[in-house]
Write a new protein. Structure first.
Lengths: 309, 251
């Protein structure tokens, strides 16, 4: 669906996007992550045919975004960051205008309008002025606009920014439902959202592609290193040394909680089985043995700011 | 073509969705009516060579609001879209840059025509009340209104260009006003050179809007001004197209 080859964008001497390559297949939901100013919006704008690339190429549904821009645009539904909307129109007027502009045949506009309004929960505000809408509704109008011409690809630039937690949940549900009919590329700061909705994640930083994988694999990458918590009842003064000698354990800290002791182990691999065996051998009653697996948040932090670790 | 019409319609509607349109319409009507009234009073005072129509189209009271109107009509066209960011949604829809520029120009032109339509009523009412024609011949009407549309096209295109340059509507209006005033005051040159050599006078005639209007409202049809305004309009729209494209691509 999307094919990006050595895509580069420079603004004067600043390189916003630096030779990134990736592909997105049909029906995928891909999350686009990166700190502010990493080049997410610039990349999305190039894919949406709004900005021409400085070099490299990008294809959407087989059309080059620069050379066959008009044809490519027909396959794309784009929702820009902050959802710019005209202030002088009513919701249904705006959506009909956009539908006509995007080439939806006149007789189908009404049908499409009611479809997207139902899907995005806009039915109650259909006749309201856009200038009087709340942030959440504006966001939904933007999404309705993006999909009114039934594009194969939806490019959503921070669809949940500025929404309250309930609205974020609704937006997420909405995106989940869209999966069935569209390929989706969305950028966001909210990492749990990516874990819940996306089949693959692209992480970019300072214009460079840092990681491209499924959320599970990305987490896996980090989880070989991590923490294991062990809570046991022991008075053994050599407990720390014994734990340290287990293979895969790098360091141990302990903390007394009443008659229990909580050991926090920094590990390289997963030594839980050996830890269990040790506890059984020593006869320590155990009430907790867990591994704290990395979240996407940690992956994100590691990939985008390696120097701070 | 259908998309283009959708765009034009959107532009025309945009005018009527905003209070500015009605304020402009109201005060413009008031000023042109005052101008018509002043013309009649002046003609009543003493015998005169000129017709009511000529008196209407060739006074300071006509030119003053005329020049002021264009920045007001056009300052919004591109600037507002830049400012709101709607240019991004507009240009990611399958429309060409040229279509957008032309649609904005045509939209403002339609509003301009609407602005002038009530002025026809003055002459109808004059005829109905006095039983006399306001002009010597029907050609004078055609000439005056043709010139009105031609000059209007040119000045509107200057307004489009100014608006495409900036996202600040006030700055767009000031640029448009400066350029239009410049073009307009150039037309005074030909009066300055009244006694100069015929070649110089001939040259200044080419861009003397005041003289063009004078001739056309007498019913004299000259192709030179027609070509001048049409080609200048096309050239300015061409510049607008490039400025628009450049602005979009550089950021």
């Amino acid at each position: 669906m999307i094919k990006v080859e050595k895509l580069t964008k420079r603004y004067g001497s600043v390189t916003a996007v630096d030779e990134i390559n990736f592909e997105v297949g049909k029906g995928e939901v891909v999350g686009f992550l990166g700190p502010n100013g990493a080049g997410k919006t610039t990349t999305m704008r190039m894919l949406a045919c709004y900005l021409p690339p400085t070099s490299g190429r990008a294809e959407v549904a087989g059309c080059d975004v620069f050379k066959e821009s008009l044809r490519a645009r027909e396959h794309i539904g784009y929702m820009p960051e902050h959802v710019p909307l005209p202030q002088d129109m009513r919701v249904h007027e705006y959506l009909s205008f956009r539908a006509a502009l995007k080439g939806v045949p006149g007789r189908r506009i009404k049908e499409r309008l009611s479809d997207v309004c139902d899907l995005c929960g806009l039915a109650e505000v259909e006749r309201r002025m856009i200038s009087a809408l709340s942030k959440g509704f504006r966001q939904r109008v933007g999404l309705a606009d993006a999909m009114i011409h039934e594009p194969e690809l939806l490019i959503l630039d921070e669809p949940t920014i500025g929404l309250d937690p309930n609205q974020i949940r609704q937006m997420r549900e909405l995106i989940k439902n869209l999966r069935r009919h569209h390929t989706i590329l969305l950028s966001t700061h909210i990492l749990p959202e990516v874990e819940m909705t996306c089949s693959r994640v692209i992480i970019i930083n300072k214009g460079r592609l840092e990681a491209l994988d499924t959320p599970e694999n990305l987490r896996e990458r980090l989880s070989s290193e991590g923490e294991v918590f062990l809570e046991a009842k022991t008075e053994d003064p050599r407990a720390l040394a014994k734990l340290r000698s287990v293979r895969g354990v790098k360091d141990v800290v302990q903390k007394k909680i009443g008659e229990w002791t909580r050991f926090i182990l920094h590990v390289e691999s997963d030594p839980r089985e050996s830890l269990h065996a040790l506890a059984v051998k020593e006869g320590w009653p155990v009430r907790e043995l867990t591994r704290h697996s990395a979240t996407l948040e940690q992956v994100f932090a590691e990939v985008t700011q390696p120097e701070e670790r | 073509m259908k998309r283009f019409l959708t765009l034009v319609l959107r532009e025309v509607r945009h005018y009527f969705h905003q209070p500015l349109a009605y304020v402009v319409l109201f005060f413009f009507l008031l000023l042109t009516a005052a101008n018509f009234h002043a013309g009649l009073i002046a003609l009543n005072r003493q015998p005169s060579q000129i017709s009511v129509l000529e008196a209407f189209f060739n006074t300071v009271l006509f030119w003053f609001p005329f020049v002021l109107i264009f920045p007001l009509l056009t300052m919004r066209l591109f600037s507002e879209e830049y400012k709101l960011g709607t240019i991004e949604t507009l240009m990611t829809a399958p429309v060409r840059d040229g279509q957008v520029v032309l649609a904005k120009f045509l939209g403002s032109f339609v509003f301009y025509v609407v602005l002038w339509t009530p002025s026809l009523l003055y002459f109808v009412i004059f005829r109905w009340l006095t039983g006399q024609s306001a002009a010597d011949s029907f050609g004078s009407y055609i000439g005056a209104y043709t010139m009105l549309l031609l000059v209007g096209m040119f000045y509107l295109s200057i307004g489009c260009l100014s608006s495409a340059l900036t996202k600040n509507q006030i700055i767009a209006a000031i640029i448009a006003f400066a350029l239009i005033s410049l073009m307009f005051f150039l037309s005074l040159l030909s009066f300055f050179f009244l006694k100069a050599s015929s070649a110089l006078r001939e040259f200044t005639y080419y861009f003397s809007t005041i003289e063009h209007m004078g001739e056309f409202s007498r019913g004299l049809f000259d192709t030179r001004p027609v070509v001048f305004y049409l080609s200048m309009t096309l050239f300015t729209l061409f510049l607008t197209f490039h400025v628009f494209q450049y602005r979009r691509w550089k950021n």
